[in-house]
Structures are given as structure tokens and as C-alpha cells.
Design a protein. Structure first.
Length: 285
């Protein structure tokens, strides 16, 4: 691809049950997929590959990972058989230098943070997909800078997607609030939106906000946002869709370099609900 820079996006994926439902969030993801130029490949930074190193999937046929428990069998039956791209994996490692990026040829694959959104955005599963891990030992500024380093890939027809949630606190889930959020969740979501629409680089400094500890009790779901903010390098992001689920999960999504009209989407209603018989959640990871 020449002469056209590929857009990028942060998609708030909520819980994996959204893969099986149709609502205004999944319709917004579909609209995004239909609005971008056809990518040569997709690079996803998913909240669910949170590990002790920086790595990229480099296998030609990544497996579909069902990295959850307590959900119905129908969700475990979902497959997203997109090919991988060892070539793109090498490109990622090259643009990230001097940061070392390991080539994962048999460990990971396509996790639900990736396939639950791509099922709606690119349902044919024909575009090669590569995942970049989140190094748990690095600070926010490191992840923001790594996002900046990925920018040249956008000029090569690579769609970069961050999949996580601005607010994600599973210990505070309230099933009585299917479409709303706690006051602290709404406040933090609002300040994040204002920051992304004006000074994206500053999202790395929101850990000083009074509501940060409750909104982001662990960094895994927040970190993918920093990669898209790093890509923006000061360019304002556009909100694709907003809203909340179960009191403590933000479903907000943002695009970079693309404004999508979601006014005509046919999806309605809240995000998919978490199964109420899930075991008590002891960790946000």
C-alpha cells in the first residue's frame, strides 16, 4: 500500500459473550471493519496476552484460544481460522528495535480479546492476524513508546488494533447495572475520552487520577489503549462508540485516522452479560 495510511483502533471488548451477540457495540465493530481499506494483515495488541516478555505470534496457522472458563459450550466452539503472518512478525520485531521482540512459533495464537472483536469486524477470517504481547514488567511510558514505533506498519497496509477496556474491574461487577456504570467508572471514562480526543499521549499519565485505582486495578486491559495513543503521536482520536456494562466495564472504542458513522447501525441493547453462575472472581486478570 502506498499513499494511504491505514487507520487504527482501540476496541473495548467487554466479555467474550459479545462474540455471540448482536448489539450496538458489535455493530460498531462491524461498521469499523467495513469502513477501513482492506488490510494486508492485522496486528492486535490484546489485553489477554499479558506475559513476562515482548513477543509476537509468528506461526503460519495460529490456533483459536479459548482463554476463559465458566462460559457456555457454544463459546468454546467458536473458531476464528485466520492465517498468521511470519513475515509481519519479522517486520514487527524490526520496527521495535532496540526493544527485543521474541518470535512465538508454537505457544500462543488468537485469544478471545482478538477473535471476539474480529468475528464482527472481519467475519470472513481471511486476513492474516498477528498478536503482540504485553510485557507485564514494563511501565506505561514503555508501552506508549512501543506504540509509536509501530507507526511505519500503517504505511504498509497493516491495521493495528488494541483490544481491552478503559475501565475493567471484574471484582466490582454489578449484574443489576447491565447498561450503566458506577460514578467512578463514568468519571474515569470521561477523563480518558477527553484526553484521547485532545492529547492522546497523556493517557499514560492518567494513573494519577483519583479514580484510576478502581477503574484500572490491574494494567492488562488498559495497556492496549497506550499502543493506539502512541500511534496517534498527538493526533486526536475519534470515539467510535461508548457505554458501560455491569457497572465496572467500559465498552468505549476509538478510531485513529478514520471517522465511522454508526448512526445507521441496527444493533441495539446492552453488551452481552457475564454468566451469573461464574465463580467468585479473585483476580482481574
Amino acid at each position: 500500500m502506498t499513499g494511504q495510511r491505514m487507520p487504527a483502533a482501540f476496541l473495548g471488548h467487554g466479555n467474550p459473550m459479545n462474540a455471540l451477540t448482536r448489539n450496538r457495540y458489535t455493530e460498531a465493530w462491524r461498521t469499523f471493519g467495513e469502513s477501513v481499506p482492506r488490510p494486508r494483515a492485522i496486528l492486535v495488541v490484546s489485553a489477554h496476552w499479558y506475559t513476562n516478555a515482548t513477543a509476537v505470534t509468528a506461526m503460519p496457522r495460529p490456533r483459536t484460544i479459548h482463554d476463559f472458563y465458566g462460559f457456555p459450550q457454544e463459546l468454546f466452539d467458536v473458531e476464528y481460522p485466520a492465517p498468521g503472518s511470519p513475515e509481519l512478525a519479522e517486520q514487527v520485531a524490526d520496527v521495535c528495535k532496540p526493544t527485543w521482540v521474541g518470535q512465538d512459533i508454537d505457544s500462543w495464537g488468537i485469544d478471545h480479546g482478538t477473535w471476539s472483536v474480529l468475528l464482527h469486524a472481519f467475519p470472513d477470517a481471511q486476513i492474516p492476524v498477528v498478536q503482540l504481547s504485553l510485557n507485564a514488567f514494563k511501565d506505561f511510558d514503555h508501552h506508549l513508546e512501543l506504540g509509536r514505533k509501530l507507526a511505519p506498519l500503517r504505511d504498509e497496509g497493516i491495521l493495528i488494533v488494541g483490544s481491552g477496556n478503559v475501565v475493567h474491574n471484574l471484582r466490582a461487577v454489578d449484574y443489576r447495572q447491565p447498561e450503566s456504570g458506577y460514578d467512578w467508572a463514568l468519571r474515569f471514562d470521561d477523563v480518558a475520552r477527553e484526553t484521547l480526543e485532545n492529547s492522546p499521549n497523556e493517557v499514560a499519565a492518567l494513573d494519577g487520577h483519583p479514580d484510576f485505582a478502581r477503574a484500572v486495578p490491574t494494567p492488562d486491559h488498559y495497556l492496549p489503549l497506550l499502543y493506539i495513543a502512541g500511534l496517534a503521536d498527538g493526533e486526536p482520536l475519534e470515539q467510535l462508540v461508548d457505554g458501560h456494562a455491569a457497572g465496572s466495564i467500559s465498552m468505549a472504542a476509538y478510531t485513529l485516522g478514520l471517522k465511522c458513522d454508526t448512526s445507521a447501525t441496527t444493533g441495539a441493547g446492552p453488551a452481552a452479560e457475564l454468566p451469573e453462575d461464574l465463580q467468585a472472581i479473585d483476580s482481574n486478570l
